[in-house]
Design a protein around this ligand. Structure first.
Ligand SMILES: [Fe+2]
Length: 322
């Protein structure tokens, strides 16, 4: 596959890593410093559509930098030019639509770490691409770290072959509690069920939850416990070199106040296994410093991503695609 493309120049960024011979993220800059116009970028994306998508899959992450991308309208133009279909967000994060396909990334407090995840990993149809745009870079912290998922599987298999086999065979079961029907932006998991399922009718919410492969248990306080499982530990996707992705949310949901992760038969997973997995994820993490106007494309089938705590202000917007 042709690596270079005359409409972009390959650049570098702080924090880049070479993983299995591939640079992550691949940084694409304007071909010349005076060619940073949004219109030129849009035509470059239009003219190199297949190449660009192949780069996202090959390198798992592509960072467009130094182009004139100023706001949600510009970002939406980029997303629409790429041409991948929109997918509606389902999950616990409080989000607001800004413009057409563009949403705030997560309105939970900036001081909290949003733990690594594949976007919508527990939903039947999850996005293939997560696209993020930095309108206001944080003064300190606030990175969007990401992790090549197959590396986590590799290391876990090495450290815990038996436990991985057992998790793989039994599958995992998760639970998540939405405390009340009120959205609570004081927590990044504060979405009430009404907003999460787009209805205030409990029966309809339950139908929608079931359609997404979840069971619901209503709680006396008006909240709801959502139960999912069995779900796989790892998955292999077409076109990703046969890599076994760590396609679960074990570490993020294990043993928390409002969530849990167990074997699908309900038995506990040993704590030290989950803790070591958390260390591995951090060891394999890649992060760059956001610059104003950055647009990053993540292969959601190949990468976990998160958000580090940040000082305000920080404005990063998101679009998710099929
Ligand atoms: Fe996310």
């Amino acid at each position: 596959m042709e690596f270079s493309c005359k409409d972009f120049k390959v650049g570098k960024c702080e924090g880049q890593k070479i993983v299995d011979g591939e640079v992550m993220p691949l940084v694409l800059l304007p071909p010349e410093p005076n060619k940073r116009d949004l219109e030129l970028l849009l035509s470059a994306l239009r003219n190199n559509k297949d190449w660009f998508e192949q780069m996202i899959i090959k390198n798992s992450a592509v960072l467009l930098r130094d182009f004139d991308v100023n706001n949600a309208v510009d970002f939406n133009d980029i997303v629409e030019t790429c041409g991948w279909e929109d997918i509606r967000y389902v999950g616990p994060a409080p989000r607001t639509q800004i413009h057409k396909r563009i949403w705030t990334a997560n309105e939970g407090p900036l001081s909290e770490f949003i733990y690594y995840h594949h976007e919508m990993v527990l939903i039947k149809e999850c996005p293939k691409k997560v696209i993020l745009f930095c309108e206001i870079p944080p003064p300190e912290g606030g990175e969007t770290p990401f992790v090549p998922s197959f590396k986590v599987t590799e290391k876990m298999l090495k450290d815990f072959p038996e436990e991985v086999k057992e998790m793989e065979e039994k599958g995992l079961k998760y639970s998540f509690t939405a405390r009340s029907t009120q959205n609570d932006t004081s927590s990044m998991r504060g979405r009430g069920w009404e907003d999460a399922f787009g209805t205030s009718d409990p029966e309809e919410a339950e139908r929608r939850a079931n359609a997404l492969g979840m069971d619901m248990e209503w709680l006396p306080n008006g909240g709801v416990k959502t139960i999912l499982g069995p779900r796989p530990l790892t998955r292999v996707f077409e076109g990703r070199k046969g890599r076994r992705m760590w396609f679960n949310t074990l570490v993020g949901m294990y043993g928390k106040e409002l969530s849990s992760a167990t074997f699908a038969d309900g038995t506990e997973i040993p704590r030290h296994v989950v803790e070591r997995c958390g260390e591995i994820i951090e060891e394999e993490s890649i992060q760059f410093k956001w610059q104003k106007g950055d647009v990053v494309f993540l292969d959601n089938l190949a990468l976990l991503h998160g958000r580090r705590p940040s000082l305000p202000p920080r404005k990063v917007l998101v679009a998710t695609c099929k």
